[in-house]
Write a protein that binds this ligand. Sequence first.
Ligand SMILES: NC(=O)c1ccc[n+]([C@@H]2O[C@H](COP(=O)([O-])OP(=O)(O)OC[C@H]3O[C@@H](n4cnc5c(N)ncnc54)[C@H](O)[C@@H]3O)[C@@H](O)[C@H]2O)c1
Length: 335
Amino acid sequence: MRVLVTGTAGFIGFHLARRLLADGHEVVGIDALTDYYDVDLKRARRDRLLAHPAFSDHVVRLEDGDAVMAIARAAAPDAIAHLAAQAGVRHSLNDPRAYLDANVVGTFNVMEAARDQRVGHLLVASSSSVYGGGKDTPFRETARADHPLSIYAATKKAGEELTHAYSHLWALPTTVARFFTVYGPWGRPDMALSLFVDAILRGRPITVYGHGDMERDFTYVDDLVEALVRLLAAPPELGRPLEGVGDSLSPTAPWRVVNIGPGHPIRLGDFVAAIERALGQAATQDLQPIQPGESRVTFANADLLEALTGFRPGTPLDEGVTAFCDWRRHYYGEV
Ligand SMILES: NC(=O)c1ccc[n+]([C@@H]2O[C@H](COP(=O)([O-])OP(=O)(O)OC[C@H]3O[C@@H](n4cnc5c(N)ncnc54)[C@H](O)[C@@H]3O)[C@@H](O)[C@H]2O)c1
């Protein structure tokens, strides 16, 4: 297959592209290398992908609809995996417009290209944050998710809705995948794991929100990519829901939403303990209240994912955290 992947210099897009290349596919990437976090890290990921002969990319903003259309026309992809986004819940309170631009206008431009190309399958990254403060755990894809707590979540939900309308109008097979806190090597420097490891190694206190009682359904990046690759091979078909699992297949479009998470939420305090074990160093914790826009708990029901793909994320937290710490030492030359 030839797959157009947006966000290839990003944490997850990089891993997905690497896996697709390893599986023998051709990958055309789009990534604007935005400066939301360390651009050198994005360049380093990109350089690794560019070393592969079946990878090419375009440093372009998704907001540039003409450019996105031209790239899609030249690539004529069999499938599109749309992962580029302005990520981060906290930052969305400071710079909401960046989220509207990248996640709504950007997704619209990707959909226009998908429609033009009549791609066989469109995979769109969404987020557990669309469940907002949902108390009915574990979160099922069929549960209402229309009370977002942050601008980030609202724009990811808006992107989901846009893809549904396109899928309905132009019969575009579309899978929206809701990711649950993804972590692992090459991870984002703005996320807790990176921030915590950095502070602990420098002997600084770590800021732990929600007094350590928040829970996250941490998903190891290789598990996430495995799920994505399997989902890519299972495009939704209108009128053919899976029986017995509460399929989220739309009644009016070849469109479904699928959680990707282990269904095993971990208290932030226990997450910190796993990092301490991996580093062999104790953390000094500065316990703070939960931040505006954050959900207290994320908890995936992964039954639909398992029914569709035969797979459920299962990498043990200690293993994943150790892999991140090993990568980090190596990457920053601290070995
Ligand atoms: N990492 C997680 O825990 C997590 C959880 C839920 C959902 N997600 C979703 O997964 C996807 C990938 O996230 P990630 O963690 O790899 O984030 P990331 O920030 O590492 O990657 C996103 C990439 O998109 C690029 N990008 C941003 N805005 C762009 C624009 N307007 N035009 C072109 N490129 C642009 C960035 O340069 C970046 O390389 C996103 O859609 C995100 O919302 C991630």
